[in-house]
Write a protein that binds this ligand. Structure first.
Ligand SMILES: CC(C)(COP(=O)(O)OP(=O)(O)OC[C@H]1O[C@@H](n2cnc3c(N)ncnc32)[C@H](O)[C@@H]1OP(=O)(O)O)[C@@H](O)C(=O)NCCC(=O)NCCS
Length: 204
């Protein structure tokens, strides 16, 4: 069951194609039948946590609709499987809708609350970064609910994100004001290189 990997960066450049694995843990593209587990994982974090600013868990239909929207944009929606069960998921979505943002994505990564601390989040985020880089996305932004979300901030820092700002008290959940922490990393090997195609995966 140990998914920890100090060597996650040494995964092949195509971790999903080649099945990013540690013993018992695999990251692969999602399929429609995974969405029930995804809905349950996310619902727990919506109800009990501050990572998401949603207050009502979306139902299976809505979760599936969101996945379709991600895939229709050519962006990755991945799941982490542990012993044959979906243990977490990650996906990328457009950071903002206006055209000039089209090379920038926002990431989401959620792990089953009973299975955290085993390296699954790290594997999911690493694979997502690699897939988005292949899709010619240029920057990845993490919008992290709650400045006390040390697990998420440490995970992102470990995978090359840097803290670029905190929006103070922009959320109100569980009867209190909540910060939104912004972290960012480049997906490009050369930060100034212009895109080879003007229609990246993230655009609509
Ligand atoms: C954040 C989250 C995805 C991390 O997933 P995870 O599988 O528990 O994390 P991992 O076991 O892969 O840990 C990877 C790194 O994250 C950091 N980390 C994980 N849990 C941590 C914790 N409780 N406290 C501090 N750092 C932590 C560590 O740096 C860790 O590396 P290490 O094991 O080498 O020290 C998971 O806790 C989660 O789903 N949280 C709720 C939702 C959420 O906050 N999502 C992110 C929204 S942007």
């Amino acid at each position: 069951m140990d998914c920890n990997t100090g060597a996650a960066e040494r995964l092949s450049p195509s971790p999903v194609d080649s099945a990013a694995t540690k013993p018992g843990c695999t990251v692969r593209p999602s399929c429609p039948s995974d969405m029930e587990a995804v809905q349950q994982i996310y619902a727990f974090h919506v109800i009990h946590g501050l990572a998401s600013f949603e207050e009502e868990p979306p139902d299976l239909h809505e979760i599936s609709r969101r996945r379709t929207d991600v895939l229709d944009r050519g962006l990755p929606y991945l799941v982490g499987e542990l012993d044959g069960q979906v243990a977490g998921y990650s996906y990328a979505a457009p950071y903002r809708a206006r055209a000039a943002y089209r090379f920038t994505v926002e990431n989401s990564v959620y792990v089953d609350h009973r299975l955290t601390g085993r390296g699954i989040g790290r594997l999911l985020l690493l694979a997502l970064i690699q897939e988005c880089a292949k899709a010619e996305c240029h920057q990845m932004v993490a919008v992290i609910g709650d400045s006390a979300n040390t697990a998420s901030m440490a995970l992102h820092r470990q995978l090359g994100f840097r803290h670029v700002g905190t929006l103070h008290a922009v959320g109100f959940k569980f009867g209190r004001w909540v910060d939104s922490v912004l972290m960012q990393r480049s997906l490009a090997t050369c930060s100034q290189a212009v895109p080879t195609a003007d229609k990246p995966a993230a655009s609509g």
